[in-house]
Structures are given as C-alpha cells and as structure tokens.
Ligand binder design. Structure first.
Ligand SMILES: O=C[C@H](O)[C@H](O)[C@H](O)COP(=O)(O)O
Length: 239
C-alpha cells in the first residue's frame, strides 16, 4: 500500500467518528483532503454536517465535495476537528504547518471539543523536531522577530537554521492570513510545551506549528494496519 492509500485509510477510520448533526473542523493538507472527499461521499448519501475549513484550499475542496460550510462567527463551537500533522509524538504533541495553514488550524482545533489527527505512520516520531518547525510571522520588523526567536530557541536549548518559506514560484510564501512563515531546522525539541510558550510570547510571532494539548487522538495508518492512540490527559492540559 502506498503512502497516499495509507492517508486515505486513516481518513476513512476517522470518518467513523462523525455523526449526523455534527459541526466539524476541516483540516488542511493531503491527508485532510482525503477526509473531505470521503465526507463528501457520506454527505451525498444523506449525512447532515456542517464544517469550518482551515484554509482557502480546504474551502475549495469542501465546496467541490458538497460539504456545507460555516464560520466560527456563526456557530459557537465545533464537535470534532479532523486534521493531518507533520509530526506526532507519544504525548500527541504535534508539529503542523507544512502546508502553511497552522494559524487557522490552531484556531479551529482550539474551538473544537475533540481533535483527531490522521496520518500515515511515518509521522509518528519519538521526539519532535526533525520536520522544520513553522513559525508564522508578521513581515514588519522581521529582523527583530528572528532575533527574538533565536533567543527563545537558545533559552529552550535548541538551535538551527531558519529560512523564510518560499512558494514554488520562488516568491515568499504568504499565508491565508497575509503573513510569512519562518521554518526552523531544530532537529530535536526536548521540551515542546516550553518552546511553544516561549514562541507565543514574541510580539512578531503570529502563531507557531507546535500544537500542545490539542489532539484528543491520533489515527495512524501503516503497513500493519491502523493504530488509534488516545490522549491520556484532558484537552488543553499542557503539563
Ligand atoms: O499546514 C498544513 C497542515 O498542518 C497539514 O495538516 C500538515 O502539513 C500535514 O499535511 P499532509 O497531510 O499533507 O502531510
């Protein structure tokens, strides 16, 4: 089974958790796209749900698949968010943002009663950090923000090259919110909650790709089948 088939399998398993009447957060990326497509099939067969997309790309996919959409201004909470991840550790801490959607993804995950992360099992890691950590920044004052980020890294015992993300056309990648992303090659993040807190305190940082205490469970598809890992601590508990 190839990687794409594994992603679709994880998406299909998460779909089993969706019930009629649910308000759903719809993630972004190649795995979440499978979920939206499979959800669309269920909607065509009569399932009644409404979704909040985490990116303009997901909005377009959901519209194409016939999934009704709303916003977090029109509804007051989400029952369930299904999203992919770039790395997942045993505490269900995540690195997200490889596709640049981390800000909306985090807003949606935080507004959701539950978040299920779907992935092929190559995303399961002993320690976060091999995948470059995306940090979404305001372009104004970027030099100062980068220095503050470096200081936060040093205080948290990590270091590594940082680069402003470029789009395929060579221009700076601009997020749906109009910001830029700095990708940091840290290798190993020993204390993800500590680093998350330090980055959140920097004025020019809009958001970062460390998702701490947000995922309720992870559905991992691999050659040996599907594994579902439940979070042991309640949502929002970062200790
Ligand atoms: O910004 C993008 C998201 O955080 C994605 O969910 C993440 O990059 C995983 O994407 P994929 O399922 O394509 O590996």
């Amino acid at each position: 089974m190839n990687m794409d088939q594994l992603k679709r399998q994880a998406a299909a398993r998460a779909l089993e958790e969706v019930r009629d009447g649910m308000q759903l957060g719809l993630g972004t990326g190649s795995t979440a796209k499978h979920f939206v497509e499979l959800l669309g099939e269920r909607v065509a067969a009569g399932l009644e749900v409404i979704g909040v997309p985490t990116s303009e790309a997901t909005r377009a996919d959901a519209e194409r698949c016939g999934v009704k959409l709303t916003t977090l201004d029109e509804i007051d909470h989400l029952d369930l968010t299904i999203d992919g991840a770039d790395e997942i550790d045993a505490e269900l801490n995540l690195i997200k943002g490889g596709g640049g959607a981390l800000l909306r993804e985090k807003i949606v995950a935080a507004a959701s009663d539950r978040m299920i992360v779907i992935a092929d099992d190559s995303k399961w890691v002993p320690t976060l950090g091999k995948f470059p950590l995306p940090v979404e920044v305001i372009p104004f004052g970027l030099g100062a923000t980068r220095r503050a980020i470096e200081k936060a890294f040093a205080e948290c015992g990590v270091s590594g090259q940082m680069a402003v993300r470029k789009a395929k056309d060579g221009h700076v990648f601009v997020t749906d919110g109009g910001h830029w992303i700095v990708d940091a090659q840290l290798g190993r993040i020993a204390d993800p909650p500590g680093l998350a807190k330090a980055l959140s305190a920097i004025p020019g940082v809009v958001e970062h790709g460390l998702f701490i205490g947000l995922a309720s469970s992870a559905v991992l598809a691999g050659g040996d089948g599907i594994r579902v890992i439940e979070r042991r601590k309640p949502k929002g508990d970062q200790e």
